[in-house]
Design a protein around this ligand. Sequence first.
Ligand code: ARG
Length: 579
Amino acid sequence: MTTIAQSLTELVRVAADAAGYADSPVPLEPCVATNNPDHGDYQSNYAFRVGKSLRTNPRAVAQAVVDALPSSEMIAKAEVAGPGFINFTLSDAWLSSDVQRRCRDARLGAPSPGAGRTVVIDFSSPNIAKRMHVGHLRSTIIGDALRRLYSFAGWNVIADNHVGDWGTPFGMLIVAWHEWRDDAAYDADAIAELQRLYQLFRENAKADEALMVRARAETAKLQAGDEENAALWTQFVMASMAEFDLVYDRLGVEFTVTLGESFYQPKLAQIIQDLLDRKIAIINYGAVVVPFTAEDGKGLGKNPLLIRKSDGAALYGTTDLATVLHRVETWSPERVIYETDNRQQQHFKHIFAASKKMGVTHVDFRHVFHGILRFPDGAVVSTRAGGSGTTNLIDVLNTAVSRARAVVDEKSASLPEAERAVIAETVGVGAVKYFDLSQNPASDITFDWDRSLSMEGNSAPYLMYAHARCCSIVRRAAERGVVAGDLRLLEPAERNLALAVARTADAALLAAETNRPNLLCDHLYTVAQSLSRFYVNCRVLGDDVDDATSASRLTLVAGVAQALRTGLDLVGVGTPSRM
Ligand code: ARG
């Protein structure tokens, strides 16, 4: 099936052809859902844009397009509005059969625009030997939502966790390990001990310069393949990964591969040499850099990309260039997405521009960056800082779950203890994730416990509750032997709800294409709000409701449950069937 927006856009294309605008330089943008009934159900801005570009009256263009529209069962009304918009109102009969067909499909009738296309999504990517903290939360959560959304859109998704498992921090850790380690503490909590050692090193290194010299030597030994250091490195990496996996399991996050920075180290010397040979890189005061000119693009700044320091060490960016080449060779992706915080914008501009110079011209690189996540106590939590004083991620999740538990105990006292615990986990973890995902990734956000766990407003518990409510109606209907039947849209509240369900496929594809999971969240919130209005105005079961109406409304309610379940799953949020 196509989405509604796609079908309407196709009609506009045919009409524009017939009206003689086929050669206009203005590309056809998809029709968009309106959330204002005065503007119809969907709107096209095509005529408006053509009119502007041809310097003719946009309203005349819109009228010509409307007049040329092929007859279609879909459309009840198409009219010109404002400076030249075309507003479409769908026919009720068409809408009801469309919703029914979508609800029979697990994918809500979404097509697969990504079929045959590969995307690499680089996300989470925490640094080894540090506890994962809330600074990694946004990359992990947003990246995983993108992974789910792109898969839904039919893409072949390679989810790659580019963990920071290389560099001088390991030399520092090795020195600290020999100097100050506490074996009992390490056995009890490896990451806590590594973190303590790392901090201790940094504090002591301020007064004692020799420590840093030793750390560099240990790093060099590690890089040269020294057995003892390699064994320590493996041990630190394994301890860290085991802990990261606890977080990933808890969050329901998955990766296709975990290829950390260390994986690329053997390739770096060759890449640097190659870039020098091809004159893409130059030597500058003993260091090797990739310089940029205006031709390489905008916003690259004055500085070149440093790929080898004067002491011979390769850098974060060198590894990223090797990573680009490896991904291109291994998966031939059409698109590569990086999800990190906004302070790495310049870095990725450099990486994308340098990749083009290396000949990677066919990849659509995207940097999806997120703003800062603050916690109400004022702690600013960022990815690279990560030292002490930051909020631990597991603590955040535990707090959310115990707060959710209090709500579940109050609202669903009759459910068995074990089920309440499972629901509280889903609600608590879902609330934290949804709080982030329901906002534009680029914005800075301040976490708000009350809002994230509220049973009202655009929150996970509100949407989960809407879903559970639908499930409860479906269960009661089954008990009474009411069977779902043909959908008839009698009341405005019914029509609105049906339209919202039918638009879910459009919303999910739009969220994927724009890398903005919040667009899907906004839509799901609209679905839940429409459900509340329906709930007030339209009874599903009861002696005063005739059989055909009950059967129709049951179809609709089951469809709402499916739309919410599918949509929330696409942002990694669970949906208990009872709450
Ligand atoms: N480890 C880095 C950090 O915590 C993020 C890595 C992002 N991915 C990449 N290919 N550079 O800041």
